[in-house]
Design a protein around this ligand. Structure first.
Ligand code: PXG
Length: 445
């Protein structure tokens, strides 16, 4: 361990780090420090073992401390720690793109590398605008996102997203010309659905209304998460995504799936696009791509999108976009080793095999005090709690804290407890997670 901060730090040791998406003052008064990880578990600074029911932050799909990834990273660091990808190349970037193209949904065989989900989203939005411009439809610049959507924290991603706090704090600085579809969560109709909810396909028809309002000739793309995670696990009603695809086709609008959490096996197929049999034009990914070991993201595009850019003089840069660390060699090495594990251990389809067990386990929480919904798909679940009067989110936060004290790390978002364990999870782990969570919910007034 490299830590120089003591396992029981003074509050003053913690002040300099402005923590992301964290209640800094609450945390620094009661820190929860993780210092080691292996397989399904973390260990805390004071030596407690905690089962990881959320794969870090939906990213450690192959479980923690994978030796093959660590060794590939160490090897790459010792051979070549960095190489530019602007007007230069290095072999494993091409190898990784080929490997990704081979598991992608049909036709999505062109890959642009980024370093995070947020960068993938902003990249995809720029590609969508550039695509239409390259085809002589430069007036198509409008985006349609969705209420409660989460597409990261870049200005583009925030604009197409539908998170109220982003809009409240940063609303005046958003991209212009963005509109939103209604979200698909309806507890009144769909509470305790197992898998995809039956009610709500018609919500996709709202896209027709937005097209009628703005005119198709102004719209570049629609962006949605096939399953949204951050807003508390929102599932697409049966038939909903197919309907979105049909409407986009009808009006020549690009469809972008944000698969940052659903990519790499979470929904039971390599990508949710395959699980739901709907192929988008662009797909944003990150997280599971490199098992969280080294930051990396990737945007997959249909070949027609790439080809539209490949015109004009051969020595012009076709897409004026990229990051210093696009296709970073160490990240590429981590991702290749990750893909090897996914293949060898068949992890990209394991969620489908385990899903019935998972579904039964999480739905056993129906009937517990304050539980108003349980939702699940693949190896994802959400337990929604009734908000306590006047303090939304407080009950779920208390559940999160108590679970952590009892050795289970879950994720709280609003009044929802979200679960997304590493895809190596075994039945015994599922039982432990659900037992602890149930007990804590029972004890939380
Ligand atoms: N798109 C989607 C669909 C995401 O879920 C991002 C983009 C942004 O990715 P980066 O790598 O820039 O953070 C995300 C991120 C949670 C949680 O618990 C979810 C995310 C991040 C942190 C926490 O819900 N998703």
């Amino acid at each position: 361990m490299n830590a120089r901060i003591s396992p029981a730090p003074a509050q003053s040791d913690l002040e300099a780090f402005w923590m992301p998406f964290t209640a800094n003052r609450q945390f620094k008064a009661n820190p929860r420090l993780l210092t080691r990880a292996e397989g399904m578990h973390y260990w805390t600074a004071d030596g407690r073992q905690v089962i990881d029911a959320v794969a870090g932050l939906w990213c450690v799909n192959a479980g923690h401390g994978r030796r093959e990834i660590n060794e590939a990273v160490a090897r790459q660091l010792s051979v070549m720690e960095y190489a530019p990808a602007f007007q230069m190349g290095h072999p494993i970037a091409f190898e990784l793109a080929n490997r990704l193209a081979a598991i992608a949904p049909p036709g999505m065989d062109r890959v642009f590398f980024t370093n995070s989900g947020s960068e993938s989203v902003d990249t995809a939005l720029k590609i969508a605008i550039g695509y239409h411009r390259a085809r002589g439809a430069g007036q198509r610049t409008r985006f349609i996102g969705r209420e409660k959507g989460y597409h990261g924290v870049g200005f583009g991603g925030m604009s197409v997203g539908g998170m109220v706090n982003n809009r409240k704090f940063f609303g005046s600085s958003m991209l212009p010309g963005v509109d939103h579809l209604p979200h698909t969560l309806d507890i009144g109709h769909n509470a305790f659905s197992r898998g995809l909810p039956q009610w709500g396909m018609h919500l996709a028809n709202e896209l027709e209304r937005l097209v009628a309002l703005h005119d198709a000739s102004t719209i570049a793309a629609v962006i949605v998460e096939p399953i949204s995670g951050s807003a508390g696990v929102l599932l697409p009603p049966v038939g909903y995504l197919k309907r979105l695809r049909e409407i986009c086709d009808k009006y020549d609008i690009l469809l972008i799936f944000d698969e940052v959490i659903t990519g790499f096996g979470r929904a039971g197929k390599p990508f949710a696009a395959q699980a739901f049999d709907v192929t988008p034009d662009l797909m944003t990914t990150a997280k599971g791509l490199s098992n969280g070991a080294i930051p990396m993201g990737a945007v997959f595009t249909q070949r027609k999108v790439y080809d539209a850019f490949m015109q004009g003089p051969e020595n012009t840069i076709e897409l004026f976009h990229g990051y210093t660390y696009s296709a970073h060699p160490v990240a590429c090495a981590a991702a290749l080793a990750t893909l090897d594990i996914y293949t060898k251990e068949e992890l990209l389809t394991r969620a489908a095999a385990l899903s019935p067990t998972w579904e039964d386990a999480v739905h056993s929480m129906r009937g517990l005090p304050h539980v108003i919904d349980v939702r699940n798909y693949g190896l994802i679940a959400a337990v929604e709690l009734e908000p306590s009067a006047g303090t939304p989110g407080a009950r779920a936060f208390e559940v999160f804290l108590k679970c952590f004290e009892r050795g289970v790390m879950v994720r709280q978002t609003g009044d929802v407890i979200a679960l997304s364990p590493p895809l190596i999870v075994e039945r015994g782990h599922i039982a432990q997670i659900v037992e602890t969570l149930s007990q804590v919910i029972r004890e939380t007034a």
